[in-house]
Design a protein around this ligand. Structure first.
Ligand code: TRP
Length: 464
């Protein structure tokens, strides 16, 4: 059995750094602010917090437990604990992960390009950052280079293995990220109109809430916490039996939410101080921030602007690592292939799979205006995000909750959690986890998925 040669995190801190590193990423700093901006500010934030702590966190406990108990990748874990046919759920997760990494790496490439061009180029002397961003993401050469290099970074770290690659890099990158973000927040709060941004972000306006808001918040929670495709089954399989799963999941969730919250605290004052609108969509951080850095003057602008986009790259890197590790663990576990070769081949394949996404932001018209549904024209990348992130992750989470409650059974879940947490049985934590996984998550997640699929993909209006 190759399982004896599988990686292990060296201790609880190693796991926490890697899992929080996976969770904290572009989802927190790029996606969360623009989703919050587009979906009503503080009202979205409240719904998001509910989704993250109440719906998603128990699913995180379930994933980590499945991984640690089976000591396997997602496909192997579902098969071992539930029989061959359940392996399909793991496989869907692996495919979703590959597709998520394919577009995620493109956005990471934008961040990397911005870092380089702010620090070493003249990005900050543009007349309009909005049109600069639009032209930039349509530029084939730059994007090909930066996203390729980013994929190489990811691959090199993953090739280094669990302890020497993943754990060591995340232990350095995560604290660096926190320091940079806090420094930038302090500065942003001193800018004119900053308080308008804080108001938008922290005072809820529930008239902006629609059915779609719940879906957006739920999918964002899954995405941000890296749930629903087996990333935490994989990391759970490297987690020591001596450690407490429930408190670790709570810490990872809290860290993730804190960073997302801080990102909002940073971005909205900046957006309002420049008279921009918070509903700008995916370009939000790439358009709002350069203006502020420019106003700092050429030297400070380069320092702060460079730091910010470097931070975005760090955050993205600890996430791409976890996304790549999932298919790598699958191939190395199930087919006993050597790690380094597997990493190289998968990284190349995923980079190629990402090319249509890379070309779908203005470079190729047919990909930019790829499909039309839900009343909107969508690019190829939008489609990948809609299907493999916004839809597949909640579906994966739903199936995980059902699986653990009714197939693997909560008794086995509790047995696993008892390792490292000897008074779990009979505790309020146990009741919470069981009720959430067995009843509330399937109902809430299932309902939101059905309504959204009907409305979004089939233009059928459920509530008239
Ligand atoms: N959570 C990361 C972010 O917020 C993205 C990510 C990493 C992810 N691994 C994942 C998303 C697994 C879904 C599944 O940027």
């Amino acid at each position: 059995m190759a399982s004896t040669q599988r990686g292990k995190f060296s201790n609880r801190i190693g796991f926490l750094a890697a899992a929080a590193g996976s969770a904290v990423g572009l989802g927190n700093i790029w996606k969360f602010p623009y989703e919050t901006g587009a979906n009503g500010g503080a009202a979205f934030l409240i719904i998001y917090l509910f989704c993250a702590f109440v719906i998603a966190m128990p699913i995180m406990v379930a994933e980590i437990s499945m991984g640690r108990n089976s000591n396997l990748n997602p496909v192997g874990a579902f098969k071992k604990l539930g029989g061959k046919r359940w392996g399909l759920v793991g496989l869907i997760g692996i495919i979703a992960g590959i597709m998520i990494l394919s577009f995620y790496n493109v956005v990471a490439g934008w961040a990397f390009g911005y870092f380089v061009q702010i620090t070493f180029g003249d990005l900050l002397s543009q007349a309009s950052f909005g049109s600069y961003f639009e032209n930039y993401i349509a530029d084939v050469d730059d994007n090909l280079i930066y996203s390729f290099v980013f994929m190489v970074f990811t691959a090199v770290i993953v090739a280094g293995g669990v302890q020497k690659g993943i754990e060591r890099s995340t232990k350095i990158l995560m604290p660096a990220l926190v320091i940079i973000i806090v420094g930038l927040i302090i500065y942003s709060l001193t800018l004119p109109n900053a308080m308008k941004g804080i108001e938008f972000y922290l005072i809820p306006d529930f008239t902006k809430v629609t059915g779609g808001t719940f879906y957006k918040a739920l999918s964002q929670a899954f995405f941000s916490l890296s749930l629903g495709m087996g990333a935490l089954i994989t990391y759970g399989s490297y987690f020591s039996k001596k450690d407490n799963i429930v408190s670790s999941a709570a810490l990872v969730t809290a860290a993730d939410i804190t960073i997302a919250f801080l990102a909002g605290l940073l971005i909205f004052p900046l957006v309002f101080s420049q008279g921009l609108t918070p509903t700008a969509g995916p370009g939000l951080v790439f358009v709002a921030l350069p203006g502020v850095f420019e106003s700092m003057g050429p030297i400070m602008g380069k320092i702060f602007g460079g730091s910010f986009f470097l931070l975005l790259c760090f955050a993205a890197l600890t996430s791409t690592i976890s996304l790549l590790e999932v298919p790598v663990s699958y191939i190395t576990d199930e087919f006993k292939k050597p790690r380094k070769a597997t990493v190289a081949i998968l990284a190349i394949i995923i980079f190629i799979v990402g090319l249509p996404s890379l070309f779908s932001n203005g470079a190729v018209k047919e990909l930019t205006e790829f499909v039309h549904y839900g009343g909107e024209t969508k690019s190829f990348m939008d489609l990948v995000i809609d299907v493999f992130s916004d839809l597949a992750l909640p579906v994966g989470g739903f199936l995980t909750a059902i699986f653990v409650s009714y197939k693997w059974k909560t008794r086995n879940l509790a047995n696993e959690i008892e390792n490292g947490h000897s008074n779990f049985r009979g505790s309020i934590e146990e009741k919470f986890v069981n009720v959430m996984l067995g009843v509330i998550s399937p109902l809430v997640v299932g309902f939101i998925i059905i309504v959204t699929v009907l409305e979004k993909f089939f233009d059928y209006s459920v509530f008239g």
